[in-house]
Design a protein around this ligand. Structure first.
Ligand code: GLA
Length: 385
């Protein structure tokens, strides 16, 4: 994340003056996928890739934004009816609106931003953008009155209300609460969280990006969430205490087998198992048992591919290659439908695996996957005074 790059563009586009620079990261998730909106556990960490933005209040009621990467300029007002049409600008507009709804007196500002989180790779570039602006507007217009939990919710509400993705809280939470060298075990129902120092001796975490993007990812995502809610409603008719799939056992799920569709049943089966896998992985990590961690990652991939059906041919192939190479753990990461696999690789296997996966993927799909080493880093912050 390069401050100088952003600053030089800010100065160029906005009369030579400077503003304040903020940054927020993307995230990885070791395990716990599609569990957040089911009230379950997730296990993410912030990464060393994210969004950097420079911002300066401009004394008007207009926000003037420049996206350095897209080379695109958008201006908008701060009222509900001023929503921009450009997709990247909707995130910034949404954050402004959600901050206003929480009592922050957001005024016009000039801003430009750039990012190095690969788009559509399942590393939460959009949460990085939301968290950057939520953090910045709280600092510039809100006297930092909004706490960090609420800042994460601002990003989530932006997705729900201005982007149309009914996401959970994981991505925004990781982007705001990230801590260098630590993963975060988050209980998405209570928002209780715990940092886990993550320094696997003898292993490395590496992402392999399929460079596939699924066009309908957001509607398919919303549909998955809908399936879970349908099943919860059926179970709650028998067990009124049940609020989320988090509260359900397999027996409860079985008790509604004839009342829900086969598809919704499979989705819920995956979620109930996945919530337990997060807890199992935390236990295994505390024992330094990376073999179990890896095995659970493979189980997650199977579940996401066969039960939740959010994988694709390319991701399944990457997972198979990892397994063939003897990689300890591998699975599709994030919402799915494209993007990366996350791999837990023994040091001595790293080079062979990377060479192998690149060659075999290229031979099969005609394109080379990208590889990112994971560096677990800090969350949202201010980079200049
Ligand atoms: C996306 C969403 C998250 C989460 C993951 C799947 O990244 O934004 O809230 O549901 O998918 O775990």
């Amino acid at each position: 994340m390069d401050i100088e790059h952003v600053r030089s563009r800010f100065v160029k586009h906005f009369d030579g003056a400077t503003g304040v620079v903020y940054a927020s990261p993307g995230r990885i998730n070791l395990i716990g996928e599609h569990t957040d909106y089911n009230g379950g556990f997730v296990f993410p960490g912030a990464v060393d890739k994210g969004i950097v933005a420079e911002i300066r209040p401009n004394g008007t009621n207009t926000v003037c934004c420049y996206s350095i990467d897209m080379k695109d300029w958008v201006e908008f007002g701060l009222n509900e009816e001023d929503a921009p049409r450009t997709s990247w600008a909707k995130y910034i507009f949404g954050v402004c609106r959600e901050m206003i709804k929480r009592g922050v007196d957001v005024k016009g500002f000039d801003t430009c931003f750039a990012g190095d989180v690969p788009l559509g790779a399942g590393m939460s570039s959009s949460a990085a953008l939301e968290s950057t602006y939520a953090f910045a507007l709280n600092d510039l217009f809100g006297e930092n009155k909004i706490d960090k939990f609420e800042l994460a919710k601002v990003g989530q509400a932006t997705e729900h209300n201005y982007v149309g993705v009914n996401c959970g809280i994981m991505d925004q939470f990781a982007s705001i609460f990230g801590k260098k060298g630590n993963l975060i075990r988050l209980d998405c129902r209570s928002l209780e969280y715990q940092y886990f120092p993550f320094d696997p001796r003898g292993y490395r975490l590496v992402l392999v990006d399929s460079v596939v993007k699924h066009e309908l990812a957001s509607s398919a995502y919303n549909k998955r969430r809908q399936s879970c809610e349908t099943v919860v409603a059926a179970i709650a008719r028998k067990y009124p205490q049940v609020e989320f799939l988090r509260d359900c056992t397999m027996e409860m799920l079985q008790s509604v087998k004839d009342e829900v569709s086969k598809e919704d049943y499979m989705r819920s089966e995956y979620v109930i198992e996945e919530i337990q896998r997060v807890l199992d992985v935390c236990d295994a990590l505390e024992r330094g048992d990376y073999e179990t961690v890896g095995q659970k990652m493979y189980e997650t991939h199977q579940g996401m591919s066969k039960l939740y059906e959010v994988s694709c041919e390319e991701l399944d192939f990457l997972n198979d290659v990892a397994f063939d190479c003897g990689v300890t753990g591998s699975r599709v990461m994030g919402g799915g439908f494209g993007g990366c696999t996350i791999n837990l690789v023994a040091d001595e296997l790293y080079d062979t695996f990377i060479t192998n996966v690149k060659e075999r993927y290229k031979a099969k799909f005609g394109k080379t996957p990208k590889v990112y080493d994971v560096v677990i880093s800090d969350g949202a912050r201010k980079l200049t005074e």
